[in-house]
Design a protein around this ligand. Structure first.
Ligand code: HSE
Length: 424
């Protein structure tokens, strides 16, 4: 029998407890492992979590889990940096293996944690930290272990995907869509983590490290959220045949690793464009396997609990060791200004002869070539939206060009731009 202790009886904690208690016999039949949920620690042991916990399991003290010599696997599900980090290090110090869903902690303090685990010959499982129930960590550690990873594109924050889906379908603005998303209960304790791309960047940090063997590099991820996306841009994107998604991107380009999170226009007929509402998807291209995509629920009690229990099973089977890289690589992270992309620009320009040639002149001077232009409104002498799609251009040239364009007397407001993937 393997004894498991959970610290944190919130959404994921209760899902994990439900699965461990309700599927114990099934897991035993399937794996031969008898997983016994011995303790659950939480400051609140009164609230009904929708799961009947046997007497004597609940405790208000984390130390009842951390210091129980019979507990072999400690599951940290409280989230945040402290005291989660302290608990995990204490568990490892006490010779226990650990399972956590704490992406923020691993992305920013993972090095200390994995080092401590390595020194004690213990394991930290984190399948639940990225894309909830989608077993994407297993995919990268095991299923695609034979491949050079060409690129990973992920929709890995359900809250922002829900907001963008709602803005697209119902043509509502960002603020009311955010309110509804928060009501669903998937948002982070600090919802700016969802909408500013921080949660996505935490998860991308883990994926990129597994894919390319680079150290956990959260600080080097380019992060841009969805707060600046307007119904106007969504409408233009739709007219041009694109969806706007908050995408996590990591890929190898010119021997460097791109690491970026930003709203991205994707052709609407791409499979990943169809990933709507709170759902997540990770699209992975390997040099041997080609294109693959993994789709499912990225948050919620049972999907995330499913991932937590899969780690418990792997650890109990004894087939899970280390972070997933036995040697780190020394690839450089590409600076965002050197990244190349296709761009969508929405200029706010005066409707007057010669304006387009002024703008396109600056773009041409910066090596930016235009592939499409839309100007629909007609308000002679007044400001109207002028939308331009480019061919591939360098980010630094784009920033320099827009800086110049925004200073032109014929441009009335700062230019909006969105990076575009696919079809070039
Ligand atoms: N806040 C996250 C999301 C929860 O919306 O996807 C799962 O990590």
């Amino acid at each position: 029998m393997i004894n498991v202790g959970i610290i944190g009886f919130g959404t994921v904690g209760s899902g994990t407890a439900k699965i461990l208690l309700n599927n114990r016999a099934l897991i035993k039949k399937r794996t031969g492992l008898d997983l016994n949920l011995k303790r659950i620690a939480d400051l609140d042991v009164v609230t009904d979590r929708g799961v009947k916990v046997p007497d004597g399991v609940l405790t208000t003290s984390a130390s009842d889990v951390l210091n129980d010599p019979d507990i072999q696997i400690v599951v940290e599900l409280i989230g945040g940096i402290q005291p989660a980090k302290k608990f995990i290090l204490e568990a490892i110090g006490n010779g226990k293996n650990v399972v956590t869903a704490n992406k923020a902690l691993l992305a920013t303090h993972g090095e200390d944690i994995f080092k401590a685990a390595h020194a004690q010959n213990r394991t930290v499982g984190f399948e639940a930290a990225v894309a909830g129930g989608i077993p994407i960590i297993k995919v990268l550690r095991e299923g695609l272990a034979a491949n050079n990873i060409v690129a990973i594109y992920g929709i890995i924050n359900g809250t922002s995907n829900y907001i963008l889906t709602k803005m697209t379908r119902e043509k509502v603005a960002f603020a009311p869509a955010l309110k509804e998303a928060q009501a669903l209960g998937f948002a982070e304790a600090d919802p700016t983590f969802d909408v500013e791309g921080i949660d996505t960047a935490h998860k991308l940090t883990l994926l990129s490290s597994l894919a390319y063997g680079i150290p956990l590099s959260f600080d080097k991820v380019y992060k841009e959220g969805i707060t600046g996306i307007t119904p106007t841009d969504i409408q233009f994107a739709t007219e041009l045949g694109y969806k706007i998604k908050l995408l996590a991107i990591t890929k190898m380009s010119d021997g460097e690793i791109e690491l970026r999170v930003h709203p991205t226009m994707i052709p609407e007929d791409y499979l990943i464009s169809r990933v709507d509402d709170v759902l997540n998807a990770v699209y992975v291209i390997g040099d041997a396997v080609g294109e693959t995509m993994y789709y499912g629920r990225g948050a919620g009690d049972m999907p995330t609990g499913s991932a937590v229990v899969s780690d418990i099973i792997d650890i109990a089977r004894g087939c899970y060791r280390g972070f997933g890289q036995s040697e780190l690589s020394d690839y450089r992270i590409k600076e965002m200004r050197n990244v190349e992309s296709v761009y969508y620009f929405r200029f706010t320009a005066l409707d007057r002869p010669g304006v387009l040639s002024k703008i396109s002149g600056v773009l041409g001077d910066h090596d930016i070539s235009i592939s499409a232009v839309i100007q629909k409104e007609r308000k002679f002498g007044e400001a109207v939206p002028l939308v331009v799609l480019t061919h591939k251009a360098k980010e630094k040239n784009v920033l320099d060009a827009l800086d110049k364009i925004d200073k032109l007397s014929v441009v009335a407001d700062s230019t909006k731009f969105i990076r575009v993937e696919g079809k070039e």
